[in-house]
Design a protein. Structure first.
Length: 435
């Protein structure tokens, strides 16, 4: 081994960037941040008018998936935060009921506020009225008279209509790397290396001693895995000396789409952010008002229509993560249970009625509404090593010394919102306890 660091952080994504900042702020540690992808995404990648996850995009990694659905993850500085939908809603308050000790609601609230509060690092706020596209305006005017509306200024989502909180500045995603890593660059204790893939962690006598990369082994006192749910699972499953099952359970938000044709296409220059308003139902479904056809945001996607998503959030879908014969990580998603499918299809019927309503008359071509029976994925996979089960309340892995996981892998339970804000909230809180 040629190098030695106090801590190696693997993955510079949503969580890893936060950890790199926290661990080097005090100036007492040497920290190496290793990222498999490229460096800083440019403005074209970060534009809210695109999801740069099509084939050949430098900031996206396709992940082999055993259920036939395309799965992708962000890569490079910022990880998935550089390419995602920039929806930054908290989980609901009662989603934390079964979290382990140390995660009482006051702690959770304080950590979220550091990200999405008025002076929060992620520059997150609800979309303003002047930013809404025509679909979101029609969607909100339909639901506003029928269900509760989240009051402006309330940071917690409700069962009802929720304007999406989004991490953005000047039309660009505010990535975790912009918010946390960029200010830390130049600290003497921080070394950042991109284009380096960690294959496994090295374990000797129950203690982690370093990581293995294609260009050699790197020694350290502690490894923090922030490689994302699928990346971290791959590293764990490839590493000897860890008592990790060969197949890890995973959560995913499964979604069906209700498509329609637009009377008139919006101009490319005016394309709003992809997802600006959602309804959360009593039955644990998120109705997602996508602004337009995915094909207008993602290169190489064609022959689609504008859609509204009907997504099972709580209970969530399940699946497994494992290694294939070549040592690559794979995700298999289970078929949703019949009762979940029944709930989704009942809500899809409501959405069809919504699209046929007078509020959408100026947008939807009559007779064009169609429910797609395919059950898709939200690209959210989480919870392979949940806190309170496989790791402690700060991501320390049971049964081995010197190994911690801080990323989507450790989110416990199901959440009625997307995982981004909550993954970063967990990273922020754990990072502050180590800073
Ligand atoms: C297309 C897409 C859209 C999404 N939209 C939303 C949304 O709008 N709202 C929401 O709430 N959630 C959304 N999500 C999910 C959300 O972005 C993720 O849950 C969150 O970013 C996960 O953070 P993370 O730190 O766990 O992983 P990531 O941010 O994915 O970071 C992992 C990093 O580790 C690196 N890495 C992986 N393996 C290795 C290795 N072996 N060696 C070195 N580096 C490695 C990766 O390149 C990556 O940079 C979306 C996800 C995707 C992919």
């Amino acid at each position: 081994m040629t190098d030695r660091f106090d801590v190696v952080v693997v993955g510079a994504g949503s969580a890893g960037s936060v950890l790199a900042d926290a661990l080097t702020r005090g100036g007492t540690r040497t920290v190496l941040l290793l990222e498999q992808g490229p460096g800083w995404p440019d403005d074209a990648v970060r534009s809210l008018q695109r999801l740069p996850i099509g084939s050949g995009e430098p900031h996206a990694t396709p992940v082999p998936e055993a259920s036939g659905l395309p799965v992708v993850r962000g890569r490079g500085l910022g990880g998935s935060s550089a390419v995602n939908g920039a929806y930054f809603l908290r989980r609901h308050r009662d989603d934390f009921d079964d979290w382990p000790a140390g995660w009482d609601l006051d702690t959770v609230e304080a950590a979220y506020a550091e990200l999405d509060g008025p002076h929060g690092r992620m520059s997150a706020s609800p979309f303003g009225d002047d930013e809404l596209g025509d679909t979101a305006i029609a969607f909100e005017s339909f639901w506003r008279t029928r269900i509760p509306v989240r009051p402006p200024g309330d940071p917690w989502p409700i069962v009802g209509l929720n304007r999406v909180v989004s991490n953005r500045r000047d039309g660009l995603r505010m990535t975790s790397a912009e918010a946390f890593l960029r200010p830390a660059i130049g600290r003497p204790g921080l070394t950042v290396r991109t284009g380096v893939t960690v294959g496994e962690v090295l374990v000797v006598d129950g203690r982690v001693t370093g990581v293995r990369t294609a260009s050699g082994d790197i020694a350290c006192g502690e490894v923090i895995l922030c490689a994302g749910t699928l990346g971290t699972a791959g590293i764990l499953l490839r590493s000897g000396g860890l008592s990790v099952p060969r197949t890890l359970g995973v959560g995913e938000h499964r979604e069906i789409l209700v498509g329609y044709r637009r009377r008139q296409e919006t101009s490319a220059a005016d394309l709003p952010a992809l997802l600006q308003s959602v309804v959360h139902t009593e039955s644990g479904v998120e109705i997602r008002c996508y602004s337009d056809d995915f094909g207008r945001y993602i290169g190489g996607v064609s022959g689609r229509r504008p859609v509204i998503g009907v997504c099972g959030m709580r209970p969530a879908g399940t699946g497994q993560v494992f290694l294939d014969d070549t040592g690559e990580v794979r995700l298999h998603l289970d078929d949703p249970e019949r009762v979940v499918l029944q709930t989704l299809s009942a809500i899809a019927d409501d959405v069809r009625d919504m699209l046929a309503s007078s509020e959408f008359a100026g947008i939807v071509e009559s007779g064009s509404i169609m429910i797609d029976p395919t059950v898709g994925t939200s690209q959210h996979a989480w919870g392979t090593m949940p806190m309170g089960v496989a790791t402690d309340g700060a991501g320390v892995v049971d049964g081995v010394r010197g190994l911690r996981i801080v990323d989507g892998s450790i989110l416990p339970g199901d959440g009625r919102s997307g995982p981004h804000a909550t993954t970063m909230m967990v990273a922020y809180r754990v990072g502050e306890t180590l800073a």
